[in-house]
Ligand binder design. Structure first.
Ligand SMILES: [Zn+2]
Length: 436
């Protein structure tokens, strides 16, 4: 909401929120609003957590509540201080919730929590030249009511664009195939949970790192991660990152859970379906994975990039190659007899909707299955998965007729955490046949 007008965007229905005017709390901010939680606010809610996640270009602060509350806060703005007021009488801090959170990154300095009998006040001290967006998210099956503040550094998007352009330039210069590996979920979006507090988001990152390490040992291949730490990335942004870097392949890593699908075990590899899922269970799984954006507070997209007729040829080509990639990956995972193969499947996963490269989603194993969760959290199994998937990628390149030669120039260090930056004036345009 800006200039005090009522919000008319889809976010209004998405957040089930109503807004009203209130006293200004921050210079340069848009007019504050009151966000009403779904339904009547129950008596004596409590603040159950105050957490932060630092991503390369933004920091997310999340306040968890035991019940829905009304909040008075600006919708968006800029400045050094942001105040969020929750005028709920009897609001208390749950045991163990800190009154002060030192964040100390380049977007947020710290967060203070003041709980009084008349309500709570959250004060966020921000780094210079940052903008913020504040919103609430309703409680879901396994998520509490949350107030979320995303703080973004000014110029962060420009810096990200330069970083990805430099990766693309280095790829052309070094004549390598670029594989982007996407560790599913992250930050407040934990993904599925297994017994003993095993989170899908941590398993996916561990397996993604193993796969990247293995691929970076293959001459002519470079592997990078969409995220190399614990933070949230919207689904669409995940493949957009790979597109900007001119990736040749995209592999999203996830864990399955039978809580949402009945009893289950084993590995399955998906590629995009444009006509609907292979069966109802696969559609349910795609719905669950696609809900990551809802967990993270991203409004639903009204239309897809891939529905345009102009994309048909590229889309069909990408789908054919995606199927081949899925088959090769599953064949190699199935060689490890510890986890059964559930086959190649198709469903409408939002993260697989690029037409620029083949892309697949690997449901590694069932995180709620007592036997398989032991494997998923075992570094030896994670490394084995990385080796098997890397072998599958190499096999895919072979079957797809893609030659993997040694780099034509000395390779720049391949480090997923620190993507290469080519020197100014680095050679470009020297890629081999088919290099993008
Ligand atoms: Zn997942």
């Amino acid at each position: 909401m800006r200039n005090g007008t009522r919000l008319q965007s889809p976010r209004k229905t998405f957040l089930s929120a109503l807004f009203c005017a209130a006293a200004g709390v921050l210079a340069l901010a848009s007019a504050p609003r009151t966000v009403h939680a779904d339904g009547p606010a129950p008596a004596e809610p409590s603040i159950t957590a105050v957490r932060s996640w630092s991503a390369p270009s933004n920091t997310r602060i999340v306040f968890d509540f035991s019940k829905g509350v009304d909040a008075v806060m600006p919708d968006s703005g800029a400045g050094r201080q942001l105040v969020v007021r929750v005028p709920a009488s009897g609001l208390v801090l749950a045991p163990g919730v800190p009154r002060f959170l030192a964040v100390g990154d380049s977007a947020v300095d710290s967060v203070a929590v003041s709980a009084e009998p008349s309500g709570a006040t959250f004060t966020l001290w921000l780094a210079p030249e940052c903008t913020f967006r504040a919103f609430s998210l309703p409680a879901t099956e396994d998520k509490p009511f949350r107030i979320v503040v995303d703080v973004t550094r000014v110029g962060a998007q420009d810096a990200e664009n330069r970083r990805l352009a430099s990766i693309a330039a280095a790829k052309r210069r070094d004549r390598v195939r670029l594989v982007y590996i996407d560790a599913g979920h992250g930050g407040d979006d934990t993904g599925a949970r297994g017994p003993g507090g095993v989170y899908e988001k941590n398993v996916t990152l561990a397996v993604a790192r193993e796969l990247a390490d293995q691929l970076n040992k293959v001459p002519g291949v470079r592997a990078l991660l969409t995220r190399d730490a614990d933070f949230f990335i919207p689904l669409r942004q995940r493949y957009k990152i790979a597109e900007q870097a001119r990736a040749d392949l995209f592999i999203s890593i996830h864990c399955n859970s039978s809580r949402r699908r009945g009893s289950g075990s084993g590995t399955e590899v998906y590629f995009l379906s444009l006509k609907g899922a292979s069966d109802a269970a696969d559609r349910d799984l795609a719905d669950i994975e696609n809900a990551a954006d809802l967990v993270g507070g991203v409004p639903p997209q009204a239309e897809d990039d891939v529905v345009g007729v102009l994309y048909n040829v590229r889309r069909n080509s990408a789908l054919e190659r995606s199927q081949l990639l899925a088959e090769e990956l599953l064949d190699h995972i199935a060689a490890d007899r510890r986890v059964e193969s559930r086959g190649i499947k198709q469903a409408g996963f939002a993260v697989l909707k690029s037409v620029e490269f083949p892309s697949v989603l690997v449901e590694t194993a069932f995180i709620n299955n007592p036997r398989e969760v032991k494997l998923l959290k075992d570094p030896e199994f994670q490394a084995a998965l990385g080796r098997q998937l890397a072998a599958g990628v190499v096999s895919y390149f072979t079957k797809a007729g893609v030659q993997l030669g040694a780099p034509a120039t000395p390779a720049t260090p391949a480090n997923p955490a620190n993507p290469v930056t080519p020197p100014e004036g680095a050679r470009g345009g020297g890629g081999g046949a088919g290099l993008r």
